[in-house]
Design a binder for this molecule. Structure first.
Ligand SMILES: NC(=O)c1ccc[n+]([C@@H]2O[C@H](COP(=O)([O-])OP(=O)(O)OC[C@H]3O[C@@H](n4cnc5c(N)ncnc54)[C@H](OP(=O)(O)O)[C@@H]3O)[C@@H](O)[C@H]2O)c1
Length: 319
């Protein structure tokens, strides 16, 4: 497993992190724990959860998985988004909908359209304190490695009461380091050296190259935690179909297979190569996805070699 040293917590962690947004919603408890165990066996030590993930279930399921191995794993949880209100009927229907989607994958689109989604709540010192306490209970631990402010506004990031509240949970030993998990504006704000944010979690993909924009401005040591690896897959595949020269350029770099297979490998390589010093979060509940992503990790072309394709797609790549 490729490991990276994370200064803010003084530890080496796996450079690929397991994204748990679907843990408890799309993925049920039993399958979720089996999958997390498989990832752990493969050497993944970084896990990303939030109170809002998995319809509010992700933290508890992770807590069950991590009990007995807390010293060997790192967890980032968040504050600022609440899970959707799920009625008893919806809760009862959830296992049924998983079975239905497994049998007819086309149903997935419909179910995601009608599913209620998490919503943002305003940050306050009181919310930060209570949310951390509640997360610790669900995660079955007495500290989290990272607490991320979840989709904060730029104004919330610089507010005195919020800064004091996050510093307080660190001083109390409940949190080891603070992160921002939001959009580019939040990421840029968090780079300010006088603020306490040591991690920046942000989407990063060839069509959304946020990391390059942040790295241009970063003067101090930060750990970037990226996600969104496969979110542009359909658009990239459409571009490959429309512009065969892009496939030719990937072929020259050694990529083989159908346009979709080439796009998947290219997206994984881009994500890992551009954030080689940080942690790339990926959702990998399917075994073949875990195996494929681990096989690509550290084995793709350098960012410089990917640059031609990225430039041709209309985006820039920076390492
Ligand atoms: N801070 C934020 O606001 C924020 C926002 C979004 C996400 N996140 C974090 O980032 C994590 C990842 O989320 P994401 O949106 O970036 O999703 P992603 O990792 O791009 O995964 C999206 C989909 O791609 C599939 N996949 C994974 N590896 C694949 C492969 N090799 N080939 C084909 N498909 C593959 C996954 O399937 P399976 O899971 O079924 O294997 C999943 O359905 C989340 O779980 C969460 O922890 C944070």
């Amino acid at each position: 497993m490729k490991m990276v040293f994370v200064e803010a917590i003084g530890s080496k962690v796996s450079s690929i992190g397991f994204g748990c947004a679907s843990l408890g919603s799309r993925i049920g408890t039993r399958k979720g724990i089996e999958t997390l165990e498989r990832a752990y066996e493969a050497g993944i030590t970084w896990y990303d959860v939030a109170p809002s993930y998995g319809d509010g279930m992700a933290e508890s399921i992770w807590g069950e998985f991590a009990s007995g191995k807390r010293d060997g794993v790192y967890v980032c949880t968040k504050v600022g988004m609440r899970p959707p209100k799920t009625s008893n009927t919806m809760r009862l229907l959830k296992p049924l909908s998983r079975v239905a989607i497994a049998a007819v994958p086309a149903l997935k689109q419909y179910v995601s359209r009608v599913r209620p989604t998490p919503f943002k709540v305003s940050l306050s010192a009181q919310l930060i304190r209570s949310s951390v306490e509640e997360s610790l209970v669900r995660l079955r631990t007495d500290y989290v490695d990272v607490l991320a402010l979840h989709r904060p506004t730029a104004e919330e990031l610089v507010r005195e009461d919020i800064i004091r509240a996050v510093e307080r949970v660190v001083q109390d030993g409940k949190v080891r380091a603070i992160s921002v998990a939001g959009d580019l504006e939040a990421g840029i704000t968090a780079l300010n050296e006088s603020l306490p944010y040591r991690f920046i979690q942000i989407a990063n993909a060839p069509l959304e190259p946020n990391l390059g924009k942040l790295k241009e401005r970063a003067h101090r040591q930060r750990t970037f935690v990226t996600h969104g690896t496969f979110s542009g897959l359909e658009r990239i595949v459409a571009k490959f179909h429309a512009r065969k020269e892009l496939l030719g350029a990937l072929g020259d770099l050694g990529y083989r297979g159908s346009p979709t297979e080439m796009a998947i490998a290219f997206l994984a390589d881009y994500a890992f190569a551009t954030n080689s010093a940080g942690v790339t979060l990926v959702s990998m509940f399917k075994k073949e996805h875990l195996d494929f992503n681990l096989q690509r990790l550290g084995n793709g072309p350098t960012p410089e070699r990917l640059n031609d394709v990225v430039a041709a797609l209309g985006a820039g790549v920076k390492e």
